[in-house]
Design a protein around this ligand. Structure first.
Ligand SMILES: Nc1ncnc2c1ncn2[C@@H]1O[C@H](COP(=O)(O)OP(=O)(O)OP(=O)(O)O)[C@@H](O)[C@H]1O
Ligand SMILES: [Mg+2]
Length: 328
């Protein structure tokens, strides 16, 4: 499999805006270190997962990969092209091949537009299709692909006239109408009722095969990550702390944080006891990141070195990496 996306040492620090009062008393500039040096790649045809608790930097990473925001540091390659070095016009052309699906289909769809216009809009912006008729034909076909059938029943409805699951299908149709290569799905099912999540995930998996897609799948829910992802990265406070084959990580997590997250996955059988390792306290803010290993204040295995030195990223085997002093 060839590499579609390659991210190297990606950093995004947001400067913290402060009032005059606190600026007078504290001179140093503060930053929200949302993404703090991460590297990964996504191969063609692969589903790469990024998982972690709220605020660990998942959405910021998604926006960086699509260059919707500029990084503080690092490199992003898409099909081998250094996307940070190209101009706006070239970026617009490339963006046709990279699309995003957001968490909340209600917020991401314009409430005053008909479904057909919502799905058609990217075609118009990218000047695809010779006539209105041709574009409508493409919308019709796309509605069928995402399971909104018969399409004529959906073309002239507004988003509020659809269910949450149907709305997310519209968002998927809009993302795929340009036939992208990469789809970034930022928690695509977390707002949906549990009963319809599997249907949307199965649709995404089917469309991936049919349209030759690759996904960056973002989630805080490891159960869905296990269901869809080929490889997985576990993120904590702006860093990837473990990365590798999804099933291997879920079956035998190495990093104490990965272990804690995996132990928290609900088990359908109530008689099976959930193993819980003690994980103390709350996630610190990404403004004051603990020194040494950023997970050490919550880690049940923390040693002296963990408080002082940031652990290196250790390559365990071909594509398994872990960032923890227990393994270095
Ligand atoms: N534009 C911004 N300006 C300042 N800080 C920001 C900005 N966007 C995000 N952050 C901060 O960066 C950190 C990471 O945010 P991000 O949205 O990437 O997290 P997330 O992992 O997607 O969380 P969630 O699971 O809740 O969606 C948070 O502390 C957030 O407050
Ligand atoms: Mg997010």
């Amino acid at each position: 499999m060839s590499e579609l996306v390659k991210v190297e040492n990606l950093v995004k620090w947001f400067p913290l805006r402060r009032g005059l009062f606190s600026s007078l008393f504290r001179r140093e500039e503060l930053f929200v270190r949302a993404v703090d040096g991460i590297s990964f790649n996504i191969k063609e045809g692969e589903i790469f997962g990024l998982a972690g608790e709220s605020g660990c930097g998942k959405t910021t990473t998604a926006r960086l990969v699509l260059r919707l925001i500029e990084p503080t540091d690092g490199k992003i390659y898409f099909k081998g092209i250094d996307i940070l070095s190209i101009d706006k016009k070239e970026m617009r052309k490339l963006r046709k091949e990279m699309q995003i699906i957001f968490q909340d289909p209600y917020e991401s769809l314009n409430p005053r537009m008909f479904i057909c216009d919502i799905i058609k809009e990217p075609l118009k912006l990218q000047k695809i299709g010779n006539s209105e008729e041709e574009r409508l034909e493409m919308v019709y076909e796309m509605l069928e692909k995402v399971g909104l059938t018969p399409p004529e029943e959906f073309l002239y409805r507004y988003p509020h006239e659809l269910s949450g699951g149907q709305r997310q299908r519209v968002a998927i149709a809009r993302a795929l109408i340009l036939r992208p290569k990469l789809v970034v799905a930022d928690e695509p099912v977390s707002m949906l009722d549990v009963s319809i999540r599997a249907g949307i995930l199965d649709l995404m998996l089917d469309l991936k095969e049919e349209l030759n897609l690759s996904y960056l799948y973002i989630t805080h829910d490891l159960a869905t990550a296990k269901y869809v992802c080929d490889r997985l990265a576990i993120m904590y406070l702006g860093k990837i702390v473990e990365q590798g084959d999804t099933l291997k990580i879920i079956d035998e997590p190495m990093h104490p944080y990965a272990k804690a997250l995996i132990d928290a996955i609900p088990v359908p059988n109530p008689r099976v006891k959930i193993r819980k390792i003690p994980i103390k306290g709350e996630v610190p803010t990404p403004i004051h990141i603990p020194p040494g290993c950023r997970f050490h204040p919550r880690c049940p295995y923390a040693k002296d070195i963990c408080k002082k030195e940031e652990p290196p990223l250790v390559k365990v085997n071909k594509d398994r990496f872990v960032m923890c002093h227990l393994y270095s």
